[in-house]
Every structure is written in C-alpha cells, then in structure tokens.
Write a protein that binds this ligand. Structure first.
Ligand code: PXG
Length: 445
C-alpha cells in the first residue's frame, strides 16, 4: 500500500505553490498533506488514515477512488482527449446533457457546460441579463444576491456574494448595479433547530423593499444558495424560498439557485430545489457532477429561457459565451460514469434516509463547551462555536486541526465547523466523526 503513496515534499519545496483560500505561511510551517484516497478515507503521505467528513470539499459524493469513473476517464482519454464545443460537437456531451435533463427540476432541461462553480455562476448571471435583453427588456440588468452568500470568485459571483473577506479587498472592482438581501442566520431565534428553522420566512419580503427602491423593471435576477455552505451552513427558514419564488414570479425577475453544494444528492434528492419543491429559472452546479474527479460545472436553464434566445436568423450565435473546455470530453465521461454510480447505488436519495440518524448524531454535540448552535439538513451539518474574545476563527481553526490530527477531516469557516461527508457513509463512520469532534470540543478551551 505504502508503495503507492507519493512521498511528502521536502519542507523547502512547499514555497512555489501559492495555495488558494489558505493561510500559506501557517500551513507551510505545519502542513496537512493528503496522498491517497479510497471510499470514505484519505491517507496522509506517512500512511495515517483520515476519515473524510467533507467529501473532499463538498464534491466527492460517491466516495473516493471510484473504479467506474477512473475507467471511464481512462477510456475517454484513450479515445479522444479533447474536442471543441464551439461550432462542433461530440456525442457524449449531448448524452450527458440529456442525462442531466432527466434528473433536473421540472423544465430546467437546457444545459450549459462550464468547468467550475464560479464559471457556472458567472454564466448564469450573464444568461439572466442576456435573456431579458432578448425579450426586449434590456434595462433589466440589476442582480440581487444575499449577505453571507458564496457564489465563487469570478467578478460576477464575487459581486453577488456576501462574505466580507471575499469582497473587501476588491471593493472597488465589484459589478455595478448589485444589491443584497439580508442573510437568514438567526441564532437568537433558531438555535439548535433540527432541519429547517421556523423563524424567518418574512426575510424574503426584503426583496419587496429592494424592488420598491430600484423598481422591478431594472432587476434581472435574484441568486441564492438554497442552503448556503461556505458561510458556515445557513438554512432557509420554512416558507422563505417559496416566498422568494412568488415575489420573483410576480415581478418577472429570474430566480437562480446556486446548487454547487446542494446538487447531486447532498440533501436527499438530486437537487435542493426538488427537496424544497421550489423550481428556480436557472440552477448552477459543479462539484458532485463528476464526483470531484475532474473539474466540470453545468448551468441548468429553463426551456423558456433557452427558447427566448432561439429567435432571429438561424445562422447567428445566440449566446456569445463559452469556454474552451465547455463539455470537455473527459469531464463528460467522468460525469456520465458518476451519474451511473449515483443511480446504481441510489446515492441521489440516500441522504434522505440517513438524515434522521445524521441529525441525531450532530445534535448530540449540543451542550458541549462553546457550542452556540447546531444546524443540519440532508447530509449537511454545522456546529457554531463561540468565538474567542478578540480572536475570531481561532477556536474554529484549532478544532479543525485537532480533528485532522485525530483522523477526521472537517471544514472550518471562521468559528463554524461544517460537515458534508460522502453519501456512502455508514453509521459507524457517522459516529466516529461526531465522537472525534465531540472529544476535541471537550478538550478545546
Ligand atoms: N457556488 C457555491 C454555492 C459554492 O459553494 C462555488 C459557487 C464556486 O465553485 P468553484 O468550483 O469555482 O470553487 C462554490 C464553491 C467551503 C467551500 O469550505 C465551498 C466552496 C469552495 C471551497 C470551499 O464551504 N464552494
């Protein structure tokens, strides 16, 4: 086994890689390295087993090292490693789009391929603006995001996003004409809610205030995550998303669900939109689409949106947008194999059957030192810790590192610990995640 493991780089060799969303100097002085993965586990270069409580980064939904995906990728690389998708096509791109359309929320059966969640978001925002223009409403350019939202790191996604550190360094470079709804995290009302919180549906009515301020005729779209992940798991209060949908419908505003995290089974249905029975006009996805094996994203557009573009002379390009690697054949092969695994193993609904056990497990952490809130839905869980005075994030980071040292990988955002394990998780592994986190919390002042 050890023979397959890549040796850890010598300490000096860590300098060249400028790591993303990482405290580079802190990391490089005490690196946490992963070298191999299979099923529910990673192994460090020195062979230590680490239970994956985050599905990599919310993407490895079918668990690691899936042979079916590896083989499909190898086969495609051997057959045709690349083909353009501009004015050309290759068969499995169409096959994948059809397969995705079959599991999509009602009507969202036109699929635009990208290479990441950030690209999916910027694509969806551009489609929304161009859609209104195509219908003769070119003045609808305003975009509405939400506080604490995370929509990737492109200029569009950053602008509609609502996480302060991702914005403040680029404050002068935000898209113009963007506004934000208030976030829905309300621990004072909803602490330790099991599943969706009761309080806060009325927060959707803030959209009416933005409409009153800007006028609906200037607004192209509202974008929200059905469940916000990166901000530390923020759930929609019961009735909130329905209300947003109603207001958007009434005012001809497109509703975009960013399902980069919630898509592909994370909440017990293929998409959160189906779990919550609210259908958006556009849906952004990535991550679980290929089980994390290769970079790929997809924007699901309602057929009415696609049709609005399919006007005018047939020899004109309808949407001046796309990427060299849109519908990359190897990524398509990975996605098709991933969908096969999801289907064969019932993974797109498995989170629903595991949810009660998961909920009980994460809520058993209530009452441990510094625990302010526990939140859960599907196979998502979060524990919010009291920040240390004057040192926001320090306690969260310490808990994250100690968990890793004890063989469990969780994700830390500030003082929130988030968990989103692969959907193949078994009871004993749920117990191990929670026991490890619990013992760390007990020992972390
Ligand atoms: N939208 C959402 C809702 C996301 O969660 C993106 C867009 C951007 O995707 P890409 O593929 O461009 O990274 C994301 C990404 C975390 C964490 O710790 C979450 C993401 C990325 C990194 C960390 O919660 N989500």
């Amino acid at each position: 086994m050890n023979a397959q493991i890549t040796p850890a780089p010598a300490h000096d060799d860590l300098d060249a890689f400028w790591m993303p969303f990482t405290a580079n100097r802190q990391f490089k002085s005490n690196p946490r390295l992963l070298a191999r993965a299979e099923g529910m586990y990673y192994w460090t270069p020195d062979g230590r087993e680490v239970l994956d409580g985050v599905a990599g980064l919310w993407c490895v939904n079918a668990g690691h090292g899936r042979r079916e995906i590896t083989e499909a990728v190898a086969k495609q690389l051997g057959t045709m490693e690349y083909a353009p998708a501009f004015q050309m096509g290759h068969p499995i791109a169409f096959e994948l789009a059809n397969r995705l359309a079959n599991i999509a929320p009602p009507g969202l059966d036109r699929i635009f391929f990208t290479n990441s969640g950030s690209e999916s978001v910027d694509t969806a925002l551009k489609i929304a603006i161009a859609y209104h223009r195509a219908r003769g409403a070119g003045q609808r350019t305003r975009l509405i995001g939400r506080e604490k939202g995370y929509h990737g790191v492109g200029f569009g996604g950053m602008s509609v996003g609502g996480m302060v550190n991702n914005r403040k360094f680029f404050a002068a470079s935000m898209l113009p004409g963007v506004d934000h709804l208030p976030h829905t995290l309300a621990i004072e009302h909803n602490a330790f809610s099991r599943g969706l919180p009761q309080w806060g549906a009325h927060l959707a009515d803030e959209l009416l205030r933005l409409i009153a301020l800007h006028d609906a005729s200037t607004i192209a779209a509202v974008i929200v995550e059905p469940i916000a992940g990166s901000a530390g798991v923020v759930l929609p209060p019961i009735g909130y998303l329905k209300r947003l949908r109603e207001i958007c419908d009434k005012h001809d505003i497109l509703l975009i669900f960013d399902e980069v995290i919630t898509g592909f089974g994370r909440v017990g249905k293929p998409f959160a939109s189906q779990a919550f029975d609210i259908t958006p006009d556009l849906m952004t996805t990535a991550k679980g689409l290929t089980n994390g094996a290769l970079p790929m994203g997809a924007v699901f557009a309602h057929r009415k949106i696609y049709d609005a573009f399919m006007q005018g002379p047939e020899n004109t390009i309808e949407l001046f947008h796309g990427y060299t690697y849109s519908a990359h054949p190897v990524a398509c092969a990975a996605a098709l194999a991933t969908l096969d695994v999801y289907t064969k193993e019932g993974l797109l609904s498995r989170a629903a059957s595991l949810a009660p056990e998961w909920e009980n497990a994460v809520h058993s952490l209530r009452g441990l030192p510094n625990v302010l809130d526990v939140r859960n839905y599907g196979l998502i869980g979060a524990v919010e810790l009291e920040p240390r005075a004057g040192k926001p994030g320090a306690r969260g980071f310490e808990v994250f590192v100690k968990c890793f040292e004890r063989g469990v990988m969780v994700r830390q955002t500030g003082d929130t610990i988030a968990m989103s394990p692969p959907l193949i998780i078994e009871s004993k592994q749920i117990a191990r995640i929670v026991e490890t986190l619990g013992s760390v919390l007990r020992e972390t002042p």
